[in-house]
Write a protein that binds this ligand. Structure first.
Ligand SMILES: C[S@@+](CC[C@H](N)C(=O)[O-])C[C@H]1O[C@@H](n2cnc3c(N)ncnc32)[C@H](O)[C@@H]1O
Length: 207
């Protein structure tokens, strides 16, 4: 039997730390919630089963200001990628008959964030067109890690980041993810390494 919170919502039955995934930038999430103004929008591209996304929802829920949290994923997995050419999402996608959207959404609901997190099931660069230029405080990339994909992600999302906002991403690692490092160096050469294996570019306040 499920229990209800005093406002009528179902009590969470899952914590983000129990969701399978590859998340290690909690410190950036906490820094974003401490840095950006109330009403800011944070977008995470590449959610898989929601580990990092539900952590972000937890962080903003604990903040003293309201933020909008959006997760973008086309829910078909990234395919073989990186130096090891590993397809890490294939089994999960196959279990969902070609999509992991159902499991991602179930996890968001089970963590108690159904009303806080907006899920956009879409290819990454196409999803970027849904947002106004300069409208995002933070855009974090963790989708496909091959050079052309990261380049397309950066090109699509960079204009959407507000002056002073962050464009960042996971797996800044020359050995395992050379495509990420090369695309970041080619497009945003003044990006810096931060957190654990992350890169971050801060958009100049005046262009
Ligand atoms: C490394 S996983 C994300 C891991 C997640 N951030 C976590 O906390 O574990 C990458 C995800 O990106 C998605 N993805 C890959 N290419 C994409 C694209 N072009 N557009 C949207 N999503 C994409 C895959 O479906 C996959 O779920």
């Amino acid at each position: 039997m499920s229990s209800s919170l005093t406002d009528g919502r179902e009590a969470p039955t899952l914590h983000w730390s129990q969701i399978h995934g590859w998340f290690r930038w909690r410190d950036l999430q906490e820094e974003a919630a401490a840095t950006f103004a109330a009403g800011s929008t944070f977008v995470e591209v590449g959610c898989y089963l929601g580990r990092s996304l539900c952590s972000l929802a937890e962080v903003v829920s604990a903040a003293d200001r309201e933020f909008t949290v959006v997760g973008v994923d086309y829910c078909r997995g990234s395919g073989p990628e990186g130096t090891a050419a590993r397809d890490a999402h294939a089994a999960t996608v196959a279990e969902g008959d070609g999509t992991l959207a159902g499991q991602l959404h179930r996890n968001v609901i089970a963590c108690g964030y159904a009303d806080r997190v907006h899920l956009v099931v879409s290819p990454s660069p196409a999803a970027a067109t849904l947002f106004a230029d300069g409208s995002l405080a933070w855009l974090h990339l963790d989708a496909r890690h091959e050079y052309d994909s990261v380049l397309a992600d950066i090109d699509g999302w960079l204009p959407k980041v507000a002056p002073g906002g962050w464009l960042s991403g996971d797996d800044y690692d020359e050995q395992w993810w050379p495509g990420v490092v090369a695309a970041v160096r080619d497009r945003v050469p003044d990006a810096e390494e931060c957190s654990t294996g992350q890169w971050r570019w801060v958009k100049p306040k005046s262009a």
